[in-house]
Design a protein around this ligand. Sequence first.
Ligand code: PLP
Length: 376
Amino acid sequence: MSREMIEAILREKKLQDFSYEHILSSMCTYPHEIAVYAHRLFLESNAGDYGLFPGTKELEDEVIQMLGTLMGNENASGYLSTGGTESNIQAIRAIRNRKRKEGGGISDLMNIIVPESAHFSFDKIADLLSIEVQKASLDAELKVDVNSVESLINDKTIGIVGIAGTTEFGQIDPIKELSSIATGNEIFLFVDAAFGGFVIPFLEESYEFDLSVDGVSAISIDPHKMGMSTIPTGCILFNDGSYLDELVVPTPYLTTKEQCSLTGTRSGASAAATYAVLKYLGREGMKEVVDECMKLTRMLVAGAKRLGISPVIEPVMNVVTLSFPVEEVRRVKDALEERRWRVSMTRTPKSLRMVIMPHTGEETIKLFLEDLEEVV
Ligand code: PLP
């Protein structure tokens, strides 16, 4: 094909994709302009073979140190993954491998306990790692019920997962209470802050949720969500760096002796993009982004309330879920989609879900509320 033909096809396909202006269902957003610049500059860099790309490695090391600091331990160890799913897999794989090595009588089916609100990546984990994933029930505020977690612990339990920013409701589990349970039972506590990691540190209310909490062993935080970096960029961080050793395999023909990442070839552009956006915005810039998202979140909830629609929970972060009768929620979603909006639905309780990401502006919320009014 000629270049012109290919370009024409690409442009046509691109037009079929939705633009973020009408997307209220996604935890991704436009990457920051400086992240795009950095990504392009490092497009060919393979962080999986960093002997060839020592500059990229330095950027990744500094990103890990910055994200460790943001997550409560500047000396945390980790690496940049492809996203929340890989980080979740690797956290659980590390503890499973450690337990296997230690033996301690746990030879058959080990288990972890995750909240019912956990991301579906934990179902993949059960399959991939051959462990049982037990689901703890939630309380009335859709946080994990710590009594349910405790009641599920048995002699095959190797870890607990808490979510700091649940995918569906944006709720924060009681990490401190989970950490007491983890410490008391000498098991691993992993916090999935894939979404919340770039939100919670900048909220008005403060939450104890990160690596600074005694008993939290690892945390994930995704630069490709609220960090406004480019896709694919996640990050897994351990308080105790020796957990990375549990993930290591020798890499005979590369410039490095071993590798702890799940993928082999890895985007160095992700490290460069994340470095750029973190350095450019700094904490103040990140806080401004979160402040704006939270302002628009409150605006959306207030507008919905004026229409007589209540949120399932008062938003803790920039996720809005609106209650409708079960038979009505699908109709509302479809009618909004006819008006070009992309929104999603939660499972239990059923509700209409919107994520207010940095690409959302005040005008968008106004237009959306006008359409919501007509639809209801
Ligand atoms: N964890 C949480 C809390 C999430 O919300 C998500 C995705 O939305 C994930 C993990 C998975 O992240 P990814 O899609 O980057 O693999």
